[in-house]
Design a protein around this ligand. Structure first.
Ligand SMILES: CC(C)(COP(=O)(O)OP(=O)(O)OC[C@H]1O[C@@H](n2cnc3c(N)ncnc32)[C@H](O)[C@@H]1OP(=O)(O)O)[C@@H](O)C(=O)NCCC(=O)NCCS
Length: 151
């Protein structure tokens, strides 16, 4: 059995360019969501080491936009697995500026959940992870389970 902390984490950086902006001239939420899903997918796939065709996104959740991101900034997105079920896997993605001021909230945080499929149906992915016992990792694990009850 593995632990969450042994699973690979994925980091991706993006230069925010004019093509990524909304009508306010700051980063477009749809673009941010795409980058969050991308990092989530790469993180999930690195953990499962599976064929990319075996993974589908079932939920993009808890995504908050707390600060706008101006053009020209470098945005760094970090993905880590926070919950592993029988067929599913949830990734937390935090997006911050490369020169993020200490103590400032991240511009965006959110979760992406993927399901391992075969012929279009959920199938066990085979990754066995013990629930963390305490701390932030345990809080996030329970948070995902609580959210599922409300779906
Ligand atoms: C992924 C899919 C095959 C799952 O089918 P399903 O019959 O709903 O699957 P199940 O009910 O067996 O659930 C599978 C897993 O997903 C979890 N799950 C189901 N609905 C969920 C939701 N709304 N949010 C989070 N997790 C969810 C279940 O808890 C289960 O996890 P576990 O096995 O780790 O405990 C189906 O929902 C699907 O094809 N969705 C479309 C995917 C897609 O096209 N994505 C691209 C979006 S544009």
């Amino acid at each position: 059995m593995q632990t969450l902390s042994n699973l690979p984490q994925i980091t991706a950086s993006h230069l925010v360019k004019s093509v990524n902006l909304n009508h306010h001239g700051t980063l477009y939420a749809g673009q941010m969501a795409e980058w969050v899903v991308e990092v989530g997918f790469m993180t999930a796939r690195a953990a499962l080491r599976c064929d990319p065709r075996r993974l589908v996104c079932i939920r993009l959740h808890g995504m908050d936009f707390r600060r706008s991101v101006p053009s020209g900034e470098t945005l760094v997105l970090e993905g880590r697995v926070v919950h592993v079920g029988r067929t599913s896997l949830s990734v937390h993605v935090a997006a911050h500026l490369v020169d993020h001021p200490p103590g400032e909230p991240f511009p965006t945080e959110g979760f992406v959940t993927f399901v391992h499929i075969e012929e279009g149906r959920a199938t066990p992915h085979g990754l066995d992870v013990a629930p963390p016992e305490e701390g932030e990792a345990r809080r996030l694990w329970d948070h995902i389970l609580e959210e599922r009850k409300r779906r």
